[in-house]
Design a protein around this ligand. Structure first.
Ligand SMILES: C[S@@+](CC[C@H](N)C(=O)[O-])C[C@H]1O[C@@H](n2cnc3c(N)ncnc32)[C@H](O)[C@@H]1O
Length: 204
């Protein structure tokens, strides 16, 4: 099992945001997580919200193994076996998911540490697979209308771009454009610990 320190720290604050979008009275809330990593968010949130049906995914086989190990170790019944999903590829390759069938898509700490085409694919997929009025939640550090703050996020952005020039903090203005091009709109930005944000996009 992979245990990521950041996921351990942010899983509870992220769950608090998620609760706003999971009605306890709904029989079943179908959620796809893109780039699940270790699987810590999947098991933590799914245990807290039993009417969620959580589909984890990742592009990295080691992450898929870790997610499966977490599901087995904690015996979580409402997390599905993880699927291979490369968000830079068309939604048609995303494990056979059908258009307009998902209530939520969640994506945590992927955008800044992958190529822009991964973010573009995420929005295209969300535009297709979410039901009307359903929600895409993304979490991470962002640039806000061209400005990165505080200095620790500026330094983090430089460090990412040195590692890979195609990585780096994404700008909310650009994400808003991408969202609109795919039939979603940026509805809310939530300040999170450690200078991160949750961005809430709603499909029109
Ligand atoms: C920093 S980790 C975050 C993992 C997890 N969401 C978390 O917060 O602990 C970034 C994740 O993005 C995944 N990833 C990178 N490129 C991807 C892609 N094209 N499609 C899907 N996942 C991708 C990596 O395999 C990795 O698990």
């Amino acid at each position: 099992m992979i245990v990521a320190a950041a996921a351990e720290r942010n899983k509870e604050p992220i769950l608090r945001v998620l609760r706003d979008y999971v009605s306890p009275s709904a029989a079943e809330v179908r959620l796809l997580e893109v780039a699940s990593g270790s699987g810590q968010h999947a098991v933590h949130c799914a245990r807290a919200l039993p009417n969620l049906l959580w589909q984890p995914s990742d592009v990295d086989p080691k992450c898929l193994e870790s997610i499966s190990a977490f599901i087995a170790a904690l015996r979580v019944r409402n997390v599905r076996p993880p699927i291979f999903l490369d968000s830079s590829q068309s939604w048609e390759t995303w494990g056979g998911m059908r258009p307009n069938t998902l209530d939520l898509i969640v994506n945590i700490n992927m955008m800044h540490i992958s190529e822009m085409r991964c973010t573009e694919g995420l929005f295209k997929g969300a535009g297709k697979l979410l039901k009307p009025k359903a929600i895409l939640i993304t979490y991470g550090p962002y640039a806000i209308n061209g400005q990165i703050s505080p200095q620790s996020n500026v330094d983090f952005d430089c460090c990412l771009r040195q590692r890979n020039p195609a990585w780096g903090l994404r700008d909310t203005a650009l994400l808003q454009q991408l969202a609109e091009a795919n039939g979603l709109c940026l509805e809310r930005m939530v300040d999170m610990p450690a200078n991160n944000k949750c961005l809430i996009f709603r499909k029109q």
